[in-house]
Ligand binder design. Structure first.
Ligand code: F6R
Length: 361
């Protein structure tokens, strides 16, 4: 049942305020400015001995893991990174007893992720799951973890589950941070930010008409470039994947800082750029990238907290805490992919060559 929407993708994008509310519900502890994660199966003493965190997933779940790694590093100060699960499996990884492994999956059935979990467990590692489907194979195989409570996702491409997974990582990062060295003040600040998310997502969804008009301009593009820096880079990766999957427009994502090391050669009026430009300590750096693109006559769409003079269009999103901004900045770009694909007459819920869950190698 699409509940009055034309596609499941549109329904699922629109459900995000409620979905994020669900992932937060019952988990916030104001008394200690932390969160409770019942199924984590990781006592505080163990949480304090973790030396590294390695996050594994595929596709959109891998991108959520990249943002998750950033959240964990900034709030818990534990070195963390994310890697595609299949790459990890096939490189005979060094499995380290002081590393906590986290498997991320919407379906909980993705074969490459499941096989990575089984290999890790065979070698004695501790593996947590960040999973949407309750009771799925990866959830059962993991030593503990958290459900992201996005609810059923029917559209082949993931939207609300991405947002909820990133929010779940913010909770995990806050929890680990508060067991370690994150201050009460910072804990409170993050909790306040988390509580603002559902209403801020609601606000972003109201910009849909503006995004639809912008999408009409991009519908004919051969190729598009997505750029971001540090926290913004995984947002760019995910936005570029979403556009490819449903519109079949070729898209690339680059860290803004890498532009001058090659991809700047591609910039011309026919290759539009989408730039993630949060109002944080990297604002001036990001603006410099916009200038470089403008100097080569590239068209620019900025997703930002204020109008960007160098951009042809800016989608202004509400500001949250710097750490939590990536959760919000991806949402207008789900709508951009959606309306671009719609304008091109694509079958949005069932893109060619793709399946909702990839249970084979
Ligand atoms: C992207 C998409 C895929 C999945 C990937 C992992 O929109 O749908 O890239 O994210 O196949 O699937 P899960 O999260 O079920 O393991």
């Amino acid at each position: 049942d699409m509940g009055g929407h034309d596609t499941f993708m549109h329904k699922e994008i629109s459900e995000q305020p409620d979905a994020v509310d669900r992932v937060l519900r019952g988990r916030i502890d104001d008394r200690f400015s932390t969160v409770h994660l019942g199924g984590l199966n990781l006592d505080p003493r163990e949480a304090r001995t973790i030396r590294r965190i390695k996050i594994l997933g595929c596709g959109t779940s891998y991108h959520a893991g990249l943002i998750g790694a950033g959240l964990i590093e900034s709030m818990a100060r534990i070195p963390a990174d994310a890697e595609p699960a299949s790459e990890f499996r096939y490189r005979n990884p060094v499995v380290d007893p002081d590393t906590l492994y986290i498997a991320v999956s919407q379906s909980g059935e993705t074969y490459d992720v499941l096989a990575a979990v089984q290999e890790l467990k065979r070698k004695g590692a501790r593996v947590l799951g960040v999973v949407n489907v309750v009771g799925s194979a990866i959830a059962r195989e993991a030593d503990g973890g958290m459900y992201v409570h996005a609810g059923p996702e029917v559209c082949v491409v993931s939207t609300k589950c991405f947002t909820n997974t990133v929010t779940a990582f913010a909770l995990l990062a806050l929890h680990l941070g508060r067991v370690r060295d994150l201050s009460v003040t910072d804990g409170k600040r993050i909790i306040e930010g988390l509580r603002k998310l559902p209403a801020q997502i609601e606000e972003i969804l109201k910009t849909e008409e503006q995004i639809k008009e912008i999408a009409a301009e991009y519908a004919g593009a051969q190729s598009m470039m997505f750029i971001g820096r540090v926290r913004g880079y995984p947002v760019a990766l995910e936005a570029s994947l979403k556009l490819k999957e449903i519109s079949y427009i070729h898209a690339e994502a680059y860290p803004a800082s890498e532009l001058k090391h090659g991809p700047l050669a591609l910039i011309e009026p026919a290759l539009p750029t989408v730039a993630i430009v949060p109002d944080d300590d990297l604002l001036e750096k990001n603006r410099a990238a916009l200038e470089e693109i403008k100097a080569r006559s590239g068209r620019i769409l900025a997703v930002a907290h204020q109008e960007q003079a160098k951009a042809d269009h800016t989608i202004v999103v509400p500001k949250n805490e710097d750490e939590l901004d990536p959760i919000l900045m991806g949402i207008p770009l789900q709508l951009l992919a959606y309306h671009t694909a719609l304008a091109m007459g694509r079958d949005i819920d069932k893109p060619r060559n793709l399946a909702k869950s990839v249970t084979v190698e």
